[in-house]
Ligand binder design. Structure first.
Ligand code: TXA
Ligand code: MG
Length: 307
């Protein structure tokens, strides 16, 4: 579907899957509760889980939320890009209560994908867009993934493969409490701390790694995962390697033979989609630095016990 047709559908309250630099989003007019309800229904998403409002400009973001001076620093450093800011809604915020799940805060982001920006400018209103997966399942990073997930029932604007391949980093900047990172994502913790040194995070610390049982299953393929594996069991497992892989007899894939975390992030969901089948996916260790933090977060959730 092209941008003009997508714009027309969005303005009549329909849902359309659109590309962003992180993952494909399932977009709808954020100001219309009826339109937003269609997102929750299509994704089978618990209605209490709020959505991100996507806008094209900083001015549009500030019509929706109050940005503290630190939030403004992050916005001007990383927007357009894979950063989502959670902040207090303005008194005349146009986003529907359903999209905010009744909270007095709202998550906002300016995506960096040219197609997403064209659509946002054309509709000239905020678009609510969660990742275009079914709740709890793998996120899509290609138009084909989205077609597969929704069995061709949702229109998709094909913008190619997502360059970042992981969801945005979410930062809470309400001003009520110290700023903190709520979700590791496309911008590394170190890069955020360079702009706002006081920010806290508990995402990469050993305590959050020790008890995978406490993690809710999310971003999960159907196949089980075994993390930090040194090699696959050839009978029962397929291999997802990282870094130089000298054993060419393994059946599977490699996230990045050169050990690039950027490349690994961009390929993570594509490889998990591809390897998903009857066998367990054995995954090589990924360093806990830069984007490795977000990659490991997604892998741990994908490996967590399923409900
Ligand atoms: O990269 C991304 O962020 C993608 C693309 C499409 O933009 N979107 C995305 O949306 O990942 P979603 O809905 O899958 O994840 C948004 C997360 C959810 O975990 C939600 O709970 C959280 O953001 N969130 C949204 N509003 C919030 C709020 N007011 N306070 C705290 N968390 C919030
Ligand atoms: Mg999601």
């Amino acid at each position: 579907m092209d941008i003009t047709a997508a714009t027309r559908l969005l303005l009549t309250g329909e849902i359309v899957a659109i590309p962003t630099e992180t993952v494909y989003g399932l977009a709808a007019d954020a100001t219309s509760a009826t339109a937003v309800a269609k997102i929750y229904a299509a994704k089978n998403r618990p209605a209490f889980n709020p959505l991100i409002a996507h806008v094209a400009t900083l001015e549009a973001a500030q019509e929706l939320v109050v940005l503290t001076s630190d939030a403004l620093k992050l916005a001007t450093s990383f927007w357009p890009g894979p950063l989502t800011i959670v902040a207090h809604k303005t008194p005349d915020c146009s986003v529907s209560d359903l999209a905010c799940a009744g909270l007095n805060t709202l998550a906002v982001r300016i995506p960096a994908h040219p197609v997403a920006l064209d659509i946002l400018r054309a509709v000239n209103r905020p678009l609510a867009a969660p990742s275009a997966n079914l709740s709890g399942k793998l996120s899509p990073t290609t138009a084909v993934h989205v077609h597969d997930i929704f069995s061709n029932t949702v229109p998709v604007v094909d913008g190619g493969s997502c360059t970042i391949g992981l969801e945005s980093t979410i930062v809470s900047c309400t001003g009520d409490e110290p700023m903190r990172i709520l979700r590791a994502g496309g911008i590394g913790y170190e890069d955020i701390r360079n702009i706002v040194p006081d920010i806290t995070h508990s995402l990469c610390t050993p305590t959050s790694i020790q008890s995978p049982g406490q993690l809710t299953s999310h971003y999960a393929p159907d196949a089980p995962l075994r993390l930090n594996a040194s090699a696959p069991d050839p009978q029962t497992e397929v291999w997802l390697g990282f870094g130089p892989d000298n054993n060419t007899t393994y059946i599977g894939e490699n996230l990045s033979r050169t050990g690039s975390l950027e490349e690994a992030a961009a390929r993570l969901f594509v490889m998990l989609h591809k390897l998903d089948g009857d066998k367990t996916i054995a995954v090589a260790p990924i360093p806990e630095t830069g984007l490795g933090c977000a990659i490991n977060d997604r892998l741990r959730r994908a490996a967590a016990p399923r409900s």
